[in-house]
Design a protein around this ligand. Sequence first.
Ligand SMILES: [Zn+2]
Length: 137
Amino acid sequence: MSNSTKTKSDGEWRAILSPDQFRILRQKGTEPAGTGRYENFKGQGVYTCVGCGTPLYTSATKFASGCGWPAFFDAIPGAVSRHEDRSFGMSRTEITCTACGGHLGHVFKGEGFDTPTDERHCVNSVSLNFVDDDKKP
Ligand SMILES: [Zn+2]
């Protein structure tokens, strides 16, 4: 990971990301509900940013929300940044990778899920890579 990830140009990002990854990470897109490869995935390990490789979430904080996207009740401390998002006439909290600024999804609070934080990080599978605990270097 280089220190310049945050200043990459769109052209540089297009060269390293797939069209779907570029649309979601750099243009704040959303994958269709229920299509993500990690929604019902139950491996033990770490989810990293597909843009820069920074660890963002661990499988210990993943839960089945039924919302159509992977859901986590907490992020690895400092890995995820929050921003107010007023697009589409709603007030939501956008979450991005702190290291590269890539769009991950949104965080919702107080929905009543039986988790330690009562928060749901609703993350696009496209924004994530999974690293199995057994395959760590
Ligand atoms: Zn990143």
